[in-house]
Design a protein around this ligand. Structure first.
Ligand code: SF4
Length: 243
């Protein structure tokens, strides 16, 4: 590879989906067109970041809605009806989020939100952003990753999720915290599903990340055409496989 590059979970995920997609995005700088799900995810993450960074303890639900309105943008939505449906969905999510947080806020301390980190995997720089880290009494730490889509994942998928394993690694190595619990917070259902990561699970994730980084380093970008149907880059790809 002619230039230095960083590993991030998004990059690894793009490569796992299709190595050629990685090349289009990160080497050829082709942008995936925005869509409603991407924009909506950004809006909710931004709203919750501002909510937890606010110094006021008695923050009302209406104030949370104000932050939501301020964060809103229409990029990627197709119709006014779609905007309306997502907007209402987001408000419902935030209402339940607020109620759950208000009930638990005396027990937990939110240590950080949208926390950027830089670490290393082998000789490669590894960067990312962890949505939230909480501290419970007796120095119990919890990593939380928000999801805004409407489907819940099953426990097996969560237990094997590469992103969570790498974030557990970063939490230990960068923040020097051992995450006792790791949760995916499915905001559309207001439900957290928990998992943990053993040393061996983290080692396995590091090996996968390293292997992908080595493949990128030698410019191995074979197309994975079985995923073309789900790919947002079909119009820019010479290998696109239409079924
Ligand atoms: S259209 Fe298919 S081959 Fe092209 S980048 Fe997407 S998944 Fe890969």
């Amino acid at each position: 590879m002619k230039r230095d590059f960083r590993i991030s979970y998004s990059r690894l995920n793009a490569y796992l989906f299709c190595p050629y997609k990685y090349k289009l995005i990160y080497l050829d700088n082709i942008r995936i067109p925005s869509n409603a799900d991407i924009t909506f995810g950004h809006i909710i993450h931004r709203t919750l970041e501002q909510f937890h960074n606010c110094k006021h303890n008695n923050f009302s639900c209406n104030k949370l809605f104000e932050l939501y309105n301020d964060s809103w943008k229409n990029d990627g939505f197709i119709t006014p009806q779609q905007i309306f449906e997502y907007y209402v969905r987001g408000k419902k999510m935030l209402k339940y989020y607020y109620q759950s947080f208000a009930r638990s806020k005396d027990k937990i301390k939110v240590l950080c939100v949208e926390k950027q980190f830089t670490s290393n995997i082998g000789k490669y720089e590894f960067v990312g952003i962890i949505d939230r880290i909480d501290e419970y009494p007796n120095k119990i730490y919890e990593i939380i990753d928000y999801k805004t889509h409407s489907n819940l994942w099953d426990q097996k998928k969560i237990d094997n999720d590469l992103q969570l394993s790498l974030y557990a690694y970063a939490c230990r190595n960068v923040f020097k915290l051992n995450p006792h619990r790791i949760a995916i917070y499915f905001l559309s259902k207001n439900r957290k599903i928990y998992t943990t990561r053993s040393d061996s699970a983290i080692c396995k994730a590091i090996k996968i990340a390293l292997q992908i980084a080595e493949n990128i380093n030698i410019e191995s970008f074979n197309p994975n055409i079985v995923n073309c149907h789900f790919c947002g880059l079909q119009s820019q790809c010479k290998y696109v496989h239409k079924v």
